[in-house]
Design a binder for this molecule. Structure first.
Ligand code: X6L
Ligand code: MG
Ligand code: MG
Length: 161
């Protein structure tokens, strides 16, 4: 099984409804299971800033689908939720992006994984860290990695290391 992290965003209409329908569409797809979901964050637009605020979240899915087939599934869900492509980086009912596909590095015409700008986008990183705090490797670019998971003060007060 492949472990994949997807970013979902919406800034048109009933944004929360669109996120929920996107998660539902992923989950009902055969050969694709949503295994964890982040909280929903309201985020200021980046790239093209003169548009409404987004709701963003990140989900983890397990799938037998190859990355390019998963990309087609994502596009179909976007289309089903009424996405129309007009302005680049413009408003959308639903945007599903593949952030990570296992630890694979994929570089083709229509798909780059890990998502090339994910480390610079708080609307991706903050929800991702919420559900995958040990996916610290994507954070290497920032110069900050999780070095030790500390579970309460006793972790620090007890034991040797
Ligand atoms: C310079 C040039 C600096 C371009 C940044 C950043 C472009 C992000 C595109 C950029 C640049 C993007 C969302 C969004 C978009 C979203 C929020 C993109 C693609 N999608 N803003 N902007 N949430 N908050 O899902 O991410 S457009
Ligand atoms: Mg996007
Ligand atoms: Mg996209």
């Amino acid at each position: 099984m492949n472990v994949v992290y997807l970013s979902i965003g919406s800034n048109i209409g009933d944004r929360y409804h669109h996120l929920r329908e996107a998660v539902r569409a992923l989950h009902v797809h055969e050969g694709l299971t949503v295994t964890s979901v982040s909280s929903v964050y309201e985020t200021v637009p980046v790239g093209f800033t003169n548009q409404a605020d987004f709701l963003n979240m990140v989900v983890c899915v397990e799938t037998g689908l190859a990355a390019h087939d998963l990309l087609e599934v994502c596009k179909n869900i976007e289309h089903g939720l009424g996405r129309i492509r007009t302005i680049r980086w413009g408003p959308r009912t639903a945007d599903l992006d593949i952030l990570l596909y296992n630890n694979d590095n994929i570089k083709t015409e229509n798909l780059i994984v890990p998502h090339p700008r994910m480390h610079e986008r708080a609307f991706v990183l903050i929800p991702l860290l919420e559900i995958a705090p040990l996916m610290a490797s994507p954070m290497v670019d920032t110069g900050v990695i999780l070095w030790k998971k500390v579970n309460g003060v006793n972790d620090l007060l007890q034991g040797g290391e």
